[in-house]
Design a binder for this molecule. Structure first.
Ligand code: GLN
Length: 446
């Protein structure tokens, strides 16, 4: 009730929720109380959470931030939702997001932009901006996000919270509306690394309904929290500290954070990721290609929005899609269709896949020398609403986050400090399945 009251009081200004499920939440809370009284101990028993509106929730609208799915109510729960429910979480509602998770500012949502709780004239980042703003404003202690190309880490950085993108395959994508299937990964967003670890314990695990889910022994992601930083090898990718685009003020906060970690015994050295400048171009071939295919299912027949009075089948398809999708989504579908078309496939899509492999190889080499990589999460401070009208400038917001998605590595953002009343995010990238260590390093810093 305390959190529901905060949502009612503060969210009209922030717009971080698309749907608030107050009644169900109170019923779930009562059920959690009963389970507590029986002495049950599950990881999130009675903990209020919010689900990004990309996760299907049985009986509760799942819009994915789009007019296309505005009327859509899923008949089943995503695995993540199901697992969090089983762990005792209390869902307060569904959070706002960029349409189909395409964006870095939450301005492409059909439900209007989300505002940054630190400064409401600024964006919260995206695409998981609703979750980040809700946690940042303490409307909820934890929320889910998805990260295809930075969408957990960049909004976490902009809202002064902690967010983790797990290794690709750790968290089931079943019931998580697909954007770019080979990159999409769900993960936790919360105030601290410790809370993220607890959430991930509930979220992660093998799921036979997701063919890319990885089967590994169950793990406690809070197990590394008390690790000693003495002797930890931290690599600073030279390319992520170059002068191009990195705000001096952000750099100053990151440099100070590095000194703190050194003071706690970490050994820091420079490493090279020589192909990282190719990340954004490769991503903007691969992600649109996959999205053009994934979004083909929204045809006005099977799901959600349908245009009025179609003249024939073709008119039904074209007008439903034309009216249901926003500009950024249409841009991606067109780019994706182009790079996959006969005659261009080799030049763009196949080439991008090769670039993707050499980016992953760069990381493999770096992790032969160091345990974790450290970099800024974003090149700049949270920007003003409307400041990035040009799509390419928006795409460059994820210049430091996208490489980890292309390689499938776990990566997180944690609050490094603040400047001029705005938060700065520190990014840690780990080797495959090394989430517990990442969370531990973050916890020691926090
Ligand atoms: N900003 C990137 C994009 O628009 C990343 C989105 C994401 O991670 N979901 O594609």
């Amino acid at each position: 009730q305390l959190y529901l009251d905060r949502i009612e009081r503060l969210d009209p200004q922030l717009n971080s929720f698309i749907t608030v499920t107050a009644e169900q939440a109170l019923a779930q809370a009562d059920a959690a109380d009963a389970r507590l009284a029986k002495g049950e101990k599950t990881p999130l028993l009675g903990v209020p959470v919010a689900q990004k509106d990309i996760f299907c929730t049985e009986g509760v609208r799942t819009s994915c931030g789009s007019r296309m799915l505005d009327p859509f109510v899923s008949p089943y729960n995503a695995t993540v939702v199901e697992r969090m429910n089983a762990a005792g979480a209390v869902m307060l509602g569904k959070t706002n997001m960029d349409e189909f998770a395409m964006g870095s500012s939450n301005e492409t949502s059909f439900y209007g932009p989300v505002r940054n709780p630190w400064d409401t004239e600024r964006v919260p980042g995206g695409s998981s901006g609703g979750s980040a703003a809700a946690v940042g404003a303490r409307l909820v202690p934890g929320a889910t996000g998805t990260d295809t190309g930075g969408s957990i880490r960049q909004p976490a950085a902009f809202c002064g919270i902690t967010g983790l993108k797990p290794t690709y395959g750790r968290v089931s994508r079943y019931g998580m509306i697909a954007f770019a299937s080979s990159l999409d990964q769900g993960g936790p967003m919360a105030a601290t690394a410790e809370d993220c670890g607890r959430m991930l314990n509930a979220m992660a695990g093998f799921d036979e309904r997701d063919s890319t889910s990885v089967e590994r022994p169950e793990e406690d992601f809070t197990a590394g929290l008390e690790q000693d930083l003495k002797g930890l090898h931290i690599g600073l990718p030279t390319e992520f500290f170059g002068e191009a685009g990195l705000d001096e003020r952000v750099r100053g906060v990151i440099d100070a954070a590095i000194e703190v970690l050194k003071g706690r015994g970490a050994e820091v050295r420079e490493v090279g990721l020589p192909n990282s400048h190719l990340s954004v171009p490769a991503y903007y071939v691969v992600a649109p290609a996959e999205c053009s295919s994934n979004l083909a299912r929204f045809d006005g027949v099977r799901y959600g929005y349908r245009c009025e009075n179609p003249e024939d089948l073709m008119d039904l398809y074209t007008r439903s899609r034309g009216e249901g999708f926003g500009d950024e989504v249409k841009r991606r579908i067109m780019v994706g269709t182009y790079v996959l078309s006969a005659g261009y496939y080799d030049a763009y899509y196949l080439k991008a896949q090769k670039v993707r492999r050499i980016i992953a190889d760069d990381f493999r080499r770096a992790f032969e020398d160091v345990d974790v990589l450290l970099a800024p999460t974003t090149p700049e401070l949270p920007f003003a609403l409307g400041a990035k009208a040009d799509p390419v400038s928006m795409y460059l917001s994820d210049i430091y986050t996208i490489a980890a998605n292309l390689a499938g590595l776990p990566a997180m953002s944690l609050p490094a400090g603040e400047i001029d009343g705005l938060p700065v995010g520190l990014q840690l990238i780990g080797n495959y399945f090394d989430e517990a260590r990442l969370l531990g390093v973050a916890h020691q810093y926090q």
